[in-house]
Design a protein around this ligand. Structure first.
Ligand code: URA
Length: 247
């Protein structure tokens, strides 16, 4: 035990930064010291110093300008949502919610929404800052969907979807759209309007039969069965933070 550590694990004046970074798997304490000495690490916007202690409950730590999640109480759970589950924290109609599919403690909230019938990846966390970054349109994180649609869209239709289509709440932003097999569209959008993919496909005459989200920014996962979840790795949280930068 370090002399500055109380038996309950708390520290007199916060914990040494290089120790926290090493614990997160960023390298040995020596490597972390080198990063600090090279001026690559900031705490609350100020370049960190060797031996600096921080309060990991509140400090904002960045390496090379990208946020490092140091708060020990934050959890990040990636769920493969089945259909017929709501992605709100509670449902007045008593339907099953995504929150019921992950452990109840600590309490987590879904980041954004998937429709009741939509399947696929959804993140649940108690990290309000990351939630804000991932859901706010100005951060524009890519989300990829596989849409099984009615009929077989032509190349012209794919082009329309790519360039943007008129919905009742305005034009959609340019999207990436491909057709890996007839009637199956891979669509990447970064706007996240309500029922956007379904409405885009509907407006070009190819209603969605089944919709699955296959990627959220850097997070793509195909090993989770419907209803299963896993914890994000530290590197995944870090890469989410560095993806969710204002456009
Ligand atoms: N677009 C949709 O139409 N539905 C979703 O659940 C997500 C994106």
């Amino acid at each position: 035990m370090e002399t500055d550590e109380f038996p309950d694990g708390h520290h007199r004046e916060g914990e040494r930064l290089q120790k926290i970074l090493a614990r997160l798997g960023l390298g040995s304490r020596r490597t972390c010291d080198d990063m600090i000495a090279a001026g690559r690490v900031t705490v609350d916007g100020e370049v960190a110093t060797l031996g600096q202690r921080i309060d990991s409950d509140s400090a904002i730590v960045e390496i090379d300008g990208s946020r490092v999640p140091v708060r020990p109480d934050l959890v990040y759970r990636l769920l493969n949502k089945p259909g017929q589950v709501v992605s709100t924290a509670s449902d007045p109609q008593g339907r099953k919610t995504v929150v019921e599919l992950v452990p109840g403690e600590p309490r987590v909230f879904p980041v954004g929404r998937l429709d009741y019938d939509t399947e696929g990846l959804i993140l649940l966390t108690n990290d309000g800052d990351l939630t804000h970054r991932l859901t706010h349109p100005s951060f524009g994180v890519d989300k990829e969907y596989l849409a099984h649609v009615e009929g077989n869209p032509t190349r012209g239709t794919l082009r329309r979807l790519r360039e943007g289509v008129e919905l009742e709440d305005g034009m959609t932003a340019p999207a990436k759209v491909s057709q890996p097999s007839p009637g199956l569209l891979r669509i990447v959008i970064h706007e996240g309007r309500n029922r956007q993919v379904r409405r885009m496909c509907e407006v070009v005459g190819h209603p969605v039969l089944r919709l699955v989200r296959t990627r959220i920014g850097p997070l793509a996962e195909n090993k989770l069965k419907a209803g299963q979840w896993r914890e994000l790795t530290f590197e995944e949280v870090r890469s989410l933070y560095s993806t969710a930068v204002a456009r």
